[in-house]
Design a protein around this ligand. Structure first.
Ligand SMILES: [Fe+2]
Ligand SMILES: [Fe+2]
Length: 199
């Protein structure tokens, strides 16, 4: 099939736009998290934003590769994107929902179309990126639940908490309000992986 007339060309453009916007939204959320004192969450959001830019780059490269010598000045797409306040109280949940939708619906559907149209490499990229979006969904959902239940820094059993500023570690049920070593506030405490996975 001629790439210019393929559905895959439009899907790649849509996916590129979606990844750029996901990345931008995570940067806005990171700023909001930082302002609220959630430094560890800020770092996590920045990492997610970086992932999204890497996905955007992969889609962009695939577009260029498949266009070959053909130049496309403008690829029209029809798609909707959310515009929501970056405050963690609502944005963590909606970001989690968007990731799940990308992981379970959008990218698998785009992969199937790409495969049917004969673009195996693009189909594989959609599937690999869908897998990453699923892990993003799980992280964001865990943070959203912890935020909602006000238990970001509490656990039912002893966990190993670590200060992201000075590296001080301590096993306890609840993270310190101020680090005993560097006095940095609770927002710098790294939420243990175990707690994220249990959430
Ligand atoms: Fe992504
Ligand atoms: Fe993502």
């Amino acid at each position: 099939m001629n790439f210019l007339e393929s559905k895959t060309k439009e899907n790649l453009a849509r996916a590129f736009a979606a990844e750029c916007q996901d990345g931008a939204r995570y940067q806005f959320m990171a700023k909001s998290a930082k302002a609220d004192g959630f430094s560890f969450i800020t770092d996590q959001l920045k990492m997610l934003a970086k992932n999204e830019m890497a996905h955007a780059s992969r889609f962009y490269q695939l577009m260029l590769k498949n266009l070959g010598n053909t130049k496309e000045d403008n690829v029209p797409i029809e798609a909707g994107y959310p515009f929501e306040p970056p405050e963690l109280s609502s944005s963590l949940q909606s970001a989690s929902d968007i990731e799940l939708y990308e992981a379970k619906n959008i990218y698998p559907a785009f992969a199937k179309i790409a495969k049917d149209e004969g673009y195996a490499e693009i189909a594989e990229a959609f599937l690999l990126i869908a897998k990453v979006e699923q892990t993003h969904h799980l992280i964001l959902q865990a943070f959203a639940d912890m935020y909602k239940n006000n238990c970001m820094y509490k656990a039912n059993s002893k966990l190993l908490w670590k200060c992201s500023n000075c590296g001080n570690e301590e096993e306890r049920k609840e993270a310190w309000l101020n680090c005993p070593l560097c006095s940095y506030p609770q927002g710098y405490v790294m939420i243990p992986q175990q707690k994220i996975q249990q959430s």
